[in-house]
Structures are given as C-alpha cells and as structure tokens.
Design a protein around this ligand. Structure first.
Ligand code: SAH
Length: 396
C-alpha cells in the first residue's frame, strides 16, 4: 500500500543507511504526490523497497521516513511504541523535582520527523511542522493520552506556507493551563504562556547552558545578554550572583516579559537594565560610552529581518562576534550560541577563529555545548543536532 516515490540511484544508499528526510533532489517523481499525509514507499529505480514514510511539506523537506520495515503500519501500536520509548528515555527528567519543563519527543530523533512534544508541569505541548503529520493528529494524541497522565494538552500548528505560526486556540483537551504557567528548571522559575504564540517564553534547549552560566560564570560579574527574548539567560546570571545584568532585545514585548521572569525569581528588577533596542545599535552605544562587560551572551536567531537589514547567522556571525569582543573586558567571557542548522560546529569554530584574529586578540575555548539529552538526535540526521554553544575567554 501507499504511493511509490522513486529514489535516484545515487541516493538509494543514503536511505538504505537510515537517512530520514525525504528531500526534493532525491526523488524522481515527487510531482506525483500532492496530498499531505499520503503514505509513501521509497523505492530504488528498480522498484525495490527502501523505506516507508509520509508526505508532508515543511521548510526542511517533503516528509519523513518512519520505518524500513515494509510491513509496519503507522497505527496506534506504532505511535504508542515510539512515544513510550521516548518517555522512558526522559525518566530522569520526569522524576527530577526541580525541573518541570523539558522536551519529551524530538521528531526524527525519536523516530517520527515533523512533530515535537514538550512537557510543562503536567501539560503537554505538541508542535506539528507539516499538514502531513497533522493528518495523524488523532492517532498520535490518542496514543499520548493512553500512556501519560496529563493535566492538559496544547498544540501549535507550524505549517503555514509562509512558515508562520497559525493563530488559533491551541488548547486541545484536559484542563486549561493557568496563564502564565510557572515551570521550574533546575530550581529556576519561568513563566510560560501555552496559548499566546508559537513561542511560549522559554527555549528548553539551553537548559545546560543556563545552568553553567548560573553555577560557574556569573558570580560578581557584569553581564550583557543580547537577543535576550524573555531574559532567561539574564535570570540565570542574576541568580548566579551577577553584579548586574543588561538585557537587549528589539521586541517591545521583551520588556514586560523579562521583568516578569525576574520577579517570579525574587530578583530586584530595578537593579537590572532591560533595553528594547537593536543589538547592533547597542554595540555602537557601548563603544561610544566605553562600557565593557565581564560576560557577554550572544544568542541571535539564525535568520532575522529588521527594518534596515537581514541578519543571517551564516553570513553575519563573524561581525556580530567582533562587535561583542570589542565590549568584553580582558579575561572576560563570551557565550557564543547559534541554532543555525545550515553549518556545523567546525564551521562555527572557524567563524570564531576569524573574528578573534581580525580583532587581533587571543582566545581560549572554555566550554562547548550541543543539544541537551532530552533533545534526542540521531546520527542518521546530523543536521538535527543544530545547537552550537561556545564559551570563549578573551585573553589579555
Ligand atoms: N537568547 C534567547 C532567545 C533569542 S530568540 C533565549 O535564550 O531565550 C531571538 C530574539 O532576538 C527575539 O526575541 C528577537 O526579538 C530578537 N532580535 C532579533 N533581531 C534583533 C536585533 N537586531 N536586535 C535585538 N534583538 C533582536
């Protein structure tokens, strides 16, 4: 059963060895499928079976391989098996009393590309990344309901053609979550809003980085947090004993959101700076005023359009880092982070090397992070391991 998609000979081995993403260049007859959620059989040019999955258009490709077993059906049993395994892997996090927010299911890393599930203190939040995977909505939600205890379930539809989040009531079933819902991460509080926008207020993939900043890099330091969003890194630094934090983000909403995150952690907001402005403008201001920081955090979006220009991490990270180097104290530390999936850690380290070299300054890599354990990835799909974080010491 299912529609045959013919894989070009040169890509047959790739799928044979487990590559999960169905991508345009690999398929000879992609134009023969258009219905989202169609079950597709990948076959080689001799029509021999390679793998089976579903068709679903998203920014990354045209669907995902779910099995290499020709007989396997994508039914309740299948999803219960995948979900149970994923939940079993996160047992330590479910049991951790001081952490109540983490990722439960990480798409292709847990065997089903196109969908992720996060846990927020008893509530489950599902992200659907294509209309195709959304056609499995009922069986996936029923499977989840069968194997977990939950207060409520929410969902985000992330498959608008322009890549925009589809505004909707995101509540699915159970009881509605308070707004905000206060969750914990290693004892730190975060206010999350499950029903406001695509992003709920905290990016769970930075948990280990926040912990490291709080425990080992913040005490007594002045901290600049750029692209600060709701100020999660600033909260970690303040709780870790920073003498002062400065958070800079272009979005108006970042100001009240950051204030709220400080308040629910018992931090005196008046002693922190929260600036709504362009980071690049702030760098110029700091240089002019000769302001320097002991710790500078850089976590830009991989791609952003502002009024004046388009920032892309691949093209602009080097310059961003040079600006940061200029306002970091000697022997200070820069936390350079990127979630761009179009380059890997080696290339990122190359950017770092160039930036310091062009600034005429020596550096040392102190720490290196990729995704935390709950963002389970597969070595069959290295692109899925997108997070790269380096702690860089500016040598004097
Ligand atoms: N570092 C944050 C997540 C950053 S999300 C965290 O750990 O929680 C990216 C943020 O960058 C968004 O809040 C967006 O408003 C902001 N942003 C994008 N371009 C910007 C610019 N040029 N100057 C300042 N902020 C910018």
């Amino acid at each position: 059963m299912g529609k045959n998609l013919i894989v070009k000979q040169k890509y047959a081995n790739k799928f044979n060895s487990g590559y999960p993403l169905i991508f345009k260049d690999a398929i000879l007859n992609l134009n023969e499928v258009s219905e989202e959620g169609t079950i597709v059989r990948l076959v080689n040019e001799k029509k021999q079976f390679l793998a089976k999955g579903y068709y679903g258009k998203q920014n990354k490709g045209f669907g995902w391989v779910l099995t290499r077993d020709e007989q396997e059906q994508f039914d309740r049993n299948f999803f219960i098996k995948k979900l149970s395994k994923a939940i079993q892997r996160r047992k330590a996090l479910f049991d951790a009393p001081d952490t109540t927010a983490f990722r439960v299911f990480n798409g292709e890393g847990d065997g089903v590309g196109g969908v992720t599930i996060e846990y927020f203190d008893g509530y489950y939040l599902i992200h659907w990344y294509s209309q195709g995977i959304y056609t499995f909505k009922e069986v996936i939600i029923d499977s989840l309901k069968e194997i977990v205890e939950f207060k409520g379930i929410y969902q985000k539809k992330r498959f608008d053609t322009k890549g925009q989040y589809i505004e909707d009531d995101d509540f699915v079933t159970g009881e509605r979550a308070p707004s905000p819902l206060i969750v914990k991460e290693n004892g730190m509080n975060f206010a999350v809003y499950l029903n406001e926008s695509a992003m709920v207020g905290v990016f769970l993939d930075q948990r280990d980085v926040r912990k490291t900043i709080r425990e080992r890099y913040a005490q007594g330091k002045t901290v600049l947090n750029t692209f600060s969003y709701t100020g999660a890194f600033s909260v970690a630094a303040a709780l870790g004993g920073a003498s002062k934090t400065t958070s800079v983000d272009l979005a108006n909403r970042s100001l009240p959101k950051t204030q709220e995150q400080f308040e629910i952690n018992g931090i005196d907001v008046e002693k922190q700076d929260i600036l709504v402005m362009d980071v690049f403008k702030y760098f110029k201001y700091a240089v002019k005023k000769e302001i320097k920081f002991d710790l500078v955090i850089l976590d830009p979006p991989s791609f952003a359009r502002s009024k004046k220009f388009v920032f892309s991490a691949e093209k602009d990270y080097k310059n961003l880092l040079k600006e940061a180097i200029a306002i970091t104290e000697d022997n200070g530390v820069i936390v350079a982070s990127t979630n761009a999936s179009n380059f890997d850690m080696n290339k990122f380290k190359g950017f770092v090397k160039t930036s310091f070299k062009e600034s005429g300054i020596d550096y040392q890599i102190l720490e290196e992070f990729s995704l935390p354990e709950d963002f389970n990835t597969t070595n069959k799909f290295p692109e899925g391991d997108y997070l790269k974080v380096l702690f860089l010491k500016k040598r004097s």
